[in-house]
Design a protein around this ligand. Structure first.
Ligand code: GLV
Length: 306
């Protein structure tokens, strides 16, 4: 019984070391050198080649190597019956929240303005804080933590989700209350899973409904955003700026307009990178549960897509 790591373009050594540290006798095969495909029962995936999983006739469980599973669900070769688990991890959540808080504070305390003033030797003390009201789309493990921390810091926070929520600790809006949600806020944070329902949700129609000058932070997936609509929304003043960590095409192509756009702060999908050391125990535990036929941790609901 073997585990396959299929994560092309990334060094698998950190994962092998972490897995072996927790379970030295684990049989691990690593893409592209998987020569005993019949023995693979669990596959750890990050951006695997679509269709590749049909090489494993005895595969019983897929684990994402990250929080997102869109890279798995978008592969038609993954059977509907195949259980999929994902990483839910405190370290991943912590990094994500810190990134988002950085974006919020950057906007709230106008760091770009003061950097520009410093360059020009300008001493300008008026209106040092932009009042912010923060809306988080996607209120799962990551969005929930972002809301808690920002609330604790004293900011008004609002959540929007696609599932029914009872007893939510903050004002909560369902997807058909989007307009009301947007009217409350001037910082919009996207932490939604990527599903057919959420793809392209950050578009000009939505930006038009935002309070003028709203600041956008997208840390979910590039496909949530219609990228050209962001530029139009900035030009029209619907939005005043954005911080993006994810893009339709990654790495961001050299001729992409975002590189030159000083109203957009771009980072290279680093908001929260899974820490192998922290995530390994739940992978090993799921492998153990698979072998013992026990219920799995952090299982993905195929209907919902996350
Ligand atoms: C990163 O994007 C992840 O899904 O963990």
């Amino acid at each position: 019984m073997s585990i396959a790591i299929i994560s092309p373009g990334r060094d698998p050594k950190v994962w092998i070391d972490a897995l072996k540290k927790h379970q030295p006798n684990l049989d691990i095969q690593v893409y592209p050198d998987i020569n005993r495909p019949n023995e693979v029962e669990m596959a750890l995936l990050w951006q695997h080649p679509p269709g590749y999983l049909s090489n494993f006739p005895n595969l019983k469980l897929i684990s994402s190597l990250g929080a997102g599973v869109d890279h798995i669900l978008s592969d038609p070769a993954v059977s509907k019956a195949m259980p999929i688990v994902r990483i839910v991890d405190e370290k991943l959540t912590w990094s994500m929240t810190n990134y988002v808080v950085t974006g919020v504070l950057n906007f709230h305390r106008q760091i770009a303005r003061y950097q520009a003033d410093q360059k020009r030797k300008v001493w300008e003390m008026s209106n040092p804080e932009i009042p912010v009201k923060i809306g988080v789309m996607g209120v799962g493990a990551l969005g929930g933590d972002v809301l808690d921390k920002l609330h604790y810091m004293g900011f008004p926070v609002f959540g929007l989700g696609f599932a029914e929520k009872k007893d939510f600790p903050y004002p909560y809006f369902s997807r058909d209350q989007m307009d009301d949600f947007l009217s409350e806020i001037n910082v919009l944070i996207c932490l939604l899973p990527l599903t057919p329902e959420t793809e392209g949700i950050l578009n000009l129609d939505l930006f038009k409904k935002c309070n003028p000058g709203t600041y956008l932070i997208n840390v979910a997936r590039g496909k949530h955003l219609i990228e050209e609509d962001l530029i139009s929304a900035l030009d029209k003043g619907y939005l005043s700026g954005a911080m993006l960590d994810v893009y339709r095409k990654e790495p961001l192509p050299e001729d992409h307009p975002f590189w030159e756009e000083n109203r957009i702060l771009c980072t290279p999908h680093i908001a929260s990178v899974t820490n192998p050391e922290a995530a390994t125990p739940q992978i090993i535990e799921n492998f153990r549960r698979l072998k013992s036929n026990l219920s799995l941790l952090n299982i993905v609901d195929r209907e919902k897509g996350y």
